[in-house]
Ligand binder design. Structure first.
Ligand SMILES: Cc1ncc(COP(=O)(O)O)c(C=O)c1O
Length: 428
């Protein structure tokens, strides 16, 4: 055999896949409806069990009837959608956004974020993320040769009942200590998945001051910006003094219009962030899907006039109430979210037999994986174990919680609440 010929067998895939937990069986596959009993109520994955609004779906159908909207769009995004984003966000960002230079439509928030990493990370550049973190951040950073650096949000010690997502705090010293000469970027997700935390102005000022002191880029992941409860103020870090220049704000039609499968998102920021990111996204996907961009544009154009976001928020408030009433009755500690659509339930006291027939995929993971599996089978409601959203060193913080998503219709949530009564017998 000639020396340069590799051994026979399957071609080896890239070592990149060995980073960012990309090859590990992900939590979504383990707790997938396909693996659970058919009648298990799915409060695990964060997608809705209801349709996008009818008038937005009609816009999608109409777009499919037009030749142009069945074909490639400009990589920046369809002009109609960029105009609609400009109209919706200019007042919120206190500036007249430029549709050519400051707005970029992406294939979901996710691909937009990936493109920012592609555009800005060099090998071993560090990206600070707060734990628990949205799990896609991790491979998105490592696939682009970056290095994730974790700073945990700290839950209150010894909570006995309901506590607020605001009680999850940043430790300022820990955050400062995480910054090194290689730090390039910090991700701030507000409202937060999975904690539901809506970062306060003071917290964002702290982050902003560090970003300015150390010349960091801020990725403001605000995909849940329309889901902020109880009149709490949603502060955009891009609006803080000196922050527009270093912030890219991330949005998602999937969250705003109950259309997570449409894969339409957007980035808003100064030209010097959007231009390189456009170069990256153009070479990754070229453009996002056209008909659903048109529909998302109609969504943003008409939402205010139709009172859509206000009504949607009321509906989510009711959905949240169904679960919080149920958890209050159970007397188990949980985080009352001020934003997004997740509740973290303390599952550390849920007792299960050690010899319970857990599947392989759950064994060897945190205790929360077992507890969530046990609850799914015995109570009939699925959730997501929260240690998945932590690095190994901090997984013990997440192990205490299961994440229950309330982006489901009220009937489903009421049925889940009924089933939760069964949980009491397993609490020690
Ligand atoms: C915090 C956060 N950021 C980004 C995303 C991705 O949004 P999209 O579906 O638009 O890609 C999600 C989706 O769950 C999320 O929770």
């Amino acid at each position: 055999m000639s020396a340069h010929r590799p051994p026979p067998g399957p071609v080896k895939f890239s070592s990149r896949l060995e980073t960012g937990r990309a090859l590990a069986e992900d939590v979504w596959s383990i707790f997938n409806v396909a693996n659970l009993p058919a009648d298990c109520i799915n409060l695990g994955q964060g997608y809705m069990n209801f349709l996008p609004p009818e008038w937005v779906r009609t816009a999608a159908e109409e777009a499919l009837k037009v030749v142009a909207t069945n074909h490639y769009s400009h990589p920046k995004g369809r002009l109609r959608l960029r105009e609609a984003i400009k109209k919706a966000y200019s007042p919120q960002l206190n500036r007249d956004l430029d549709v050519e230079k400051e707005i970029l439509v992406t294939s979901g928030a996710n691909e937009g974020q990936y493109s920012v990493f592609t555009a800005f990370l060099d090998k071993d550049d560090e990206v600070i993320m707060f734990e628990p973190f949205f799990d896609q951040y991790l491979p998105s950073v490592t696939f682009n040769d970056g290095k994730p650096v974790y700073v945990p949000l700290r839950p209150p010690a010894n909570a006995t009942g309901k506590f607020s997502s605001d009680d999850w705090k940043i430790n300022p010293e820990e955050l400062r200590a995480a910054i090194t000469p290689r730090t390039k970027m910090i991700i701030v997700n507000t409202p937060h998945n999975p904690v539901g935390k809506v970062f306060t102005r003071a917290e964002l000022e702290l982050i902003a001051d560090l970003a300015k002191e150390f010349n960091l880029l801020v990725m403001a992941d605000e995909v849940y910006d329309r889901l902020v409860f109880d009149g709490k103020e949603h502060v955009r870090i891009a609006n803080l003094p000196g922050m527009w220049e270093r912030t890219v704000t991330v949005g998602s039609a999937g969250k705003g219009f109950a259309a997570t499968g449409w894969r339409v998102g957007w980035l808003i920021g100064p030209e010097h962030i959007i231009r390189p990111t456009l170069a990256a996204t153009t070479r990754i996907v070229f453009c996002s899907n056209s008909p659903l961009q048109e529909a998302a544009a109609v969504g943003l154009e008409e939402a205010e006039e139709r009172g859509f976001f206000k009504k949607q928020l009321e509906e989510y408030t009711e959905r949240r109430q169904v679960l919080t009433d149920c958890f209050d009755d159970l007397g188990i500690p949980y985080t009352n979210p001020e934003g997004s659509y997740f509740i973290l339930l303390d599952i550390s006291k849920v007792k299960f037999p050690e010899d319970y027939p857990f599947p392989e995929s759950v064994l060897g993971r945190g205790r929360d994986f077992k507890a969530c599996w046990f609850i799914a089978i015995e109570v009939g409601v699925s959730s997501i174990p929260v240690s998945e959203f932590y690095c190994i060193e901090h997984a013990n913080i997440g192990e205490v919680y299961g994440r229950f998503a309330f982006c489901k219709d009220v009937d489903t949530l009421k049925r889940a609440a009924e089933r939760f009564k069964k949980l009491k017998q397993y609490i020690v």
